[in-house]
Every structure is written in structure tokens, then in C-alpha cells.
Design a binder for this molecule. Sequence first.
Ligand SMILES: [Zn+2]
Length: 428
Amino acid sequence: MRIFGASAIFSLVLFSHLSLGQSTPSTTFPTQLLLRPAAVFDGETLHLGWAVLVENDKIKAVGPSAQLAAPAGARTLELPGLTLLPGLIEGHSHMLLHPYNETPWNDQVLQESQALRVARATAHARRTLEAGFTTARDLGSEGAGFADVGLKQAIDQNIIPGPRLLVATRALVATGSYGPKLSTDVDVPQGAQEADGVDDIIRAVREQIGKGADIIKVYADYRWGANEPSRATFSQDELNLIVQTARSAGRPVVAHASTPEGMRRATLAGVQTIEHGDGGTPEVFKLMKQRGVALCPTVAAGDAISQYRGWHKGQDPVPERIQQKRQSVKAALQSGVEIAVGGDVGVFTHGENVREAVLLAQEYGMSPLQVLRAVTSGNAHAFQLPDRGRIQPGLLADLMAVSGDPTQDITTLRQVRLVVKGGVIVKQ
Ligand SMILES: [Zn+2]
């Protein structure tokens, strides 16, 4: 399949000069832009020969190319051989972390300055956007305080390129349950905020919201010691209180949980999504489905960590941990629980966000079409973002185009040829 015709290259270059590096794009980018790809995936279905008209930062119209003429003064972008999709939504990122095989998590939290971490995060934000992810839920600054709020502001103010961020700030952990842990004699800064009991939890949730948290993240279970399995942390009452306090401020709660008990408590408390869910059982997935709680399985994180620990993928036998993960995701799919797509990127390289989608389709039993729906309209639904995730009149003009047909071959999501955010071409 051809990637670009000569005329498309010409118009893209023209656009890149017009649209990049402008601090006030609303006055300089074309007010109307007609995109003519080979096909449009609208968040649900693939349509051959469709076109999309963008006006300012919104989608104005979508439909068969023959019925969608360019209005007077509109720019037309020919995208032969490309499939146009809604901008992808990353369900679980950590902009302030970088891969653990570069620097272990403990050392990032304890030894890297916040300035270094933020500077690195600006590069992560750009790579995420260039990979076609126009929105990301960033689920915890991991010891970098409220730096994610400033990062989001820098993106929103067009100081640096990046996706639209939903930030969780510090995240909540039960005292003693998280890390880093050194000797019993040394208290070291933690990767999240400790809070316990009624007054403390209410204060911590409100403080995070007051400083800019869009989401409250709670660790419903964790390994209390280095060489033991995860066990539940917060009590049911504490989790209920966290959700109630956040909800009254209009914020959802997401729970890190990998044990059936942690998942069960978080589900009963009313969280929006459960992250990881490695030990999920058919019973707990059934409960999640009943309560409308989505699962973000983060398969790419475990895949990366197993390789950091020496798994030569494709040569060595599949590690126990990965086998179990495949079983639990299978049970989740059978239960019909909503699947959110988010890789825990930061554990692995920012900009390779699409690993999660590729693994879900290649190794975890979802079809490419199921994954595409999940990473666009599905994530928008799970995260309650009705203004994006589909190509539909009135929604944000957050778009990306890949060469080939991702409904047949999910790996074409790596072939990003165009990214549009709020009607502005940010990559070509
Ligand atoms: Zn995470």
C-alpha cells in the first residue's frame, strides 16, 4: 500500500510550516481542513472512502468522500493509503518515570531530582503525542509530587507538545505498604502519599484535588514486604471514604489492585477502573461487570518487566507470571468486563505506548477490531470523556493516521503518518 502521493507530501509540508511552532494556533491554522484518507475508522467501524472535515478544534462532518466537498477556503489534505482514526487514548502512563532497565524505580524516586524528572517528562510527552496518543491518563507522579500538574499546564499552554493529560498527582497508599523501603531505621520519601483513617484520608484526597488532581489513584493492595505476595491495604471503609470524597468533588477514583480481595473492595467502593488485576478471578470480574468497573490489564508492563528479569521472549519458555496473566485476561474477556487499554508506559519506553494494544491483539485473545475500539471509543467511555474517542461531528478534532489497515493488522498502529490535536497538525 502506498504511503503518500507526491501531492500529499507537498501539502503536508506546507501545513507543517503553517501549524508548527505557533504559540497562538487559533489565529493561524486553517479554520477548515478536509482530510481525505483511504479509510476512516470512526471509533467503531472502518469506512472505506470516507473523508473528515475539521473546523477549528472540532470535527465538523464525516462521511463518504463524494458527499463531503471542501468548503470554500478549506484546505484539503490527501492521505492516500492511510487510515484515519480518532487520536488514541493511553489509559495508564507515568510521564515522570522512565524504563526500569535504565534506572530502577527506587533510584528514580530517591536519587533523581525533580528538575531532571520533569525535563525528561517533557520529552516523554512529545513522544506520546507523536505516537498518535492525543490523551493520556497519567496515574501517579511516583515521588515527583505535583509535577504532573505543571506538566499538564505546560502542554495546555502550548509551551511543550504533548497529549491532553488527566493527572492523578501523588496517589494514595496505606502507611507502610509502598516504597521505597530501606532499613527500618531510615524513613525515606515514598513514591505516593500515605494516608489512613477518616480525617487523614479526607484531607489527602482534598489536598490532591485542590492542587490539580483530575483523578484519585489508590493502591488497594501491594506487597508489604519485598518477598511476599500482594495483600489488601486499605479497609473497605477507607476505600469507600476515598471514593465518596473524590466523587463529591467530581473526580473518579482508580485503583491499583492485583489480588481478588483488593479488586473486590475497590469494586464495592465504586472505583472507575481497576489497574493490573493480575490475580483476577471469574467471580471478581463478574462483580466488576455488574458494578460497571472497567479493567485496565496493563499487559505490556509485565511483559517488559519479565524481559528485564532475563526472559528472552520467543526463545525461553513463557514465565509463570505471564502465563497467569494470560489466564486472568482470558477470564476477564469471558466475563464481559469492559477492557481499558493502558500499558503502564514509563515502565517501558514512552512513545511505545502501542505495545499494549499490540500485545492484547497478538497474545491476549482480543481481535484487532476489539482493541481498536477499546483504545479509542472504549477508553473514552470507560474514563467518561464524551468529547473524544470517536470521529463524530462536534467532538474534538484529535486524529491520527497510519499506513495500512489496523483492523486487519494491529501493528500498523506503529506506522503513524499524521497526528492532529484540536485541529492542529502536530506531526506529519
Ligand atoms: Zn502504573
